[in-house]
Every structure is written in C-alpha cells, then in structure tokens.
Design a protein around this ligand. Structure first.
Ligand SMILES: Cc1cc2nc3c(=O)[nH]c(=O)nc-3n(C[C@H](O)[C@H](O)[C@H](O)COP(=O)(O)O)c2cc1C
Length: 189
C-alpha cells in the first residue's frame, strides 16, 4: 500500500472535544478544547493547551483552576458553539442551554449535562508556541449516577461520548474490546 509522508502536524485522532469550564461561580465561562489528555496516573494529571488570546486564558490564569467536562454526541452543537463564540461577549452556558453546578474540589462550576467532569488545579503553565499548556492535577471527578452499574462501576458505553477527528465530530461507535481482553483467559464453565 502506498503512503504519503507529510511534514509534522497535529493530526492525532480521535481526541475528546472537551467543554472546559473556567472563571468563578459568579462569572463562569466555557470554551471548547481539543488539545487535552492524560499525562500521569498517580498523581492523576492532565493538561489543556490554550491560546493566550482566548478570554478563558486570563480566567484560568487568575483562578489556577478549570474543569474538563466530557460532552455527549447530542451536545455536538453546543461544543462547536462554545468553540466559536467568546465568553467576553456572550454567556455561553445560557446560549447553549447548559446548566452549571457546583464542583466539589474547585471553585469553577461543572456542566450538569456532561456525564463526566474532571476538576483540575493548575500546577504549571508552560508556553509552547501558539498555545500555553496548563498542566494540572485532577483533584476530583464527578460522574452521572445513571452510568454506574449496581456495583458502582462506570459504564461509559451508555454515555455516548463525543469524539473529534481532523476537524469533524463523531459519535463513538460500537465497543470492540476492553482493557486486557487480548490476553484474558476465558472463564471455565
Ligand atoms: C472542536 C474545537 C476545538 C478547540 N480546541 C481548542 C484548544 O485546544 N485550545 C484553544 O485554545 N482553543 C481551542 N478551540 C477554540 C476555542 O474554543 C475558541 O476560540 C473559543 O471561542 C474561546 O472562547 P473564549 O474566548 O470564551 O475563551 C477549539 C474550538 C473548537 C470548535
């Protein structure tokens, strides 16, 4: 099979198009962030990369906190809108009909409609070029109870999370395995 070789670019896909809340309970804001990921398990650490020109950049710098809210595919339009409009001019929660609720470990509110919210405290702001990476500790996680089974295990398959790949939004497809299934021994009947 023939392949083309391109110069280095940010074509990592799929990534979560997260709804990041920032600011305060009195003056909250939401921006869409695709440049995010996990960087360490213990301590639980993540990052978001934000352009300094964003209204949210100042808010995150002021409080040192943000919340990464994972949206569902039903929320794709709100995700796009929060990445098109600036909180300097509009109340994006009101515009998108999203409800902000109190977080447990940070002063920044979480989004009620998102099945999972990661509460984060910034440990380092690292300017990289176009974007500054906010490295952060995940200080708390809230999950929608209806996605927990009777044993308290989170089942994200039911949540219908949204994915983003090369400028397009996708609903996650069918499950095709789980962690370790390739080496797991079958239980004897
Ligand atoms: C799918 C998508 C992903 C985005 N990812 C990022 C990102 O990772 N970092 C960033 O700085 N801006 C990103 N943006 C752009 C911001 O969300 C956008 O500029 C937003 O209007 C900023 O809001 P604010 O001015 O209220 O801070 C993204 C936009 C979209 C639609």
């Amino acid at each position: 099979m023939s392949r083309q070789h391109w110069k280095g670019s940010v074509l990592l896909a799929p990534v979560p198009p997260a709804l990041v809340t920032c600011g305060t309970a009195e003056r909250p804001n939401i921006l869409t962030v695709a440049w995010t990921g996990v960087v360490c398990t213990h301590p639980a650490m993540t990052y978001i990369s934000v352009r300094p020109s964003r209204h949210s950049y100042k808010l995150i710098g002021e409080t040192g906190e943000f919340v990464i809210n994972l949206p569902t595919s039903a929320m794709a339009k709100a995700v796009d809108l929060c990445g098109m409009k600036t909180g300097a001019k509009v109340d994006k929660a009101a515009l998108c009909g999203l409800h902000l609720i109190e977080s447990e470990t940070v002063g920044v509110p979480s989004i009620e409609e998102c099945p999972v919210s990661l509460e984060c405290r910034v440990t380092e702001a690292k300017p990289l070029g176009t974007h500054t990476m906010f490295l952060a500790e995940i200080t708390g996680v809230s999950v929608e109870e209806r996605f927990l089974n009777s044993k308290g295990k989170l089942n994200l398959q039911q949540a219908g999370l949204l994915a983003y790949a090369h400028g397009e939004y996708f609903a996650l497809g069918r499950k095709c395995g789980d962690f370790g299934f390739s080496v797991r021994k079958k239980k004897k009947k």
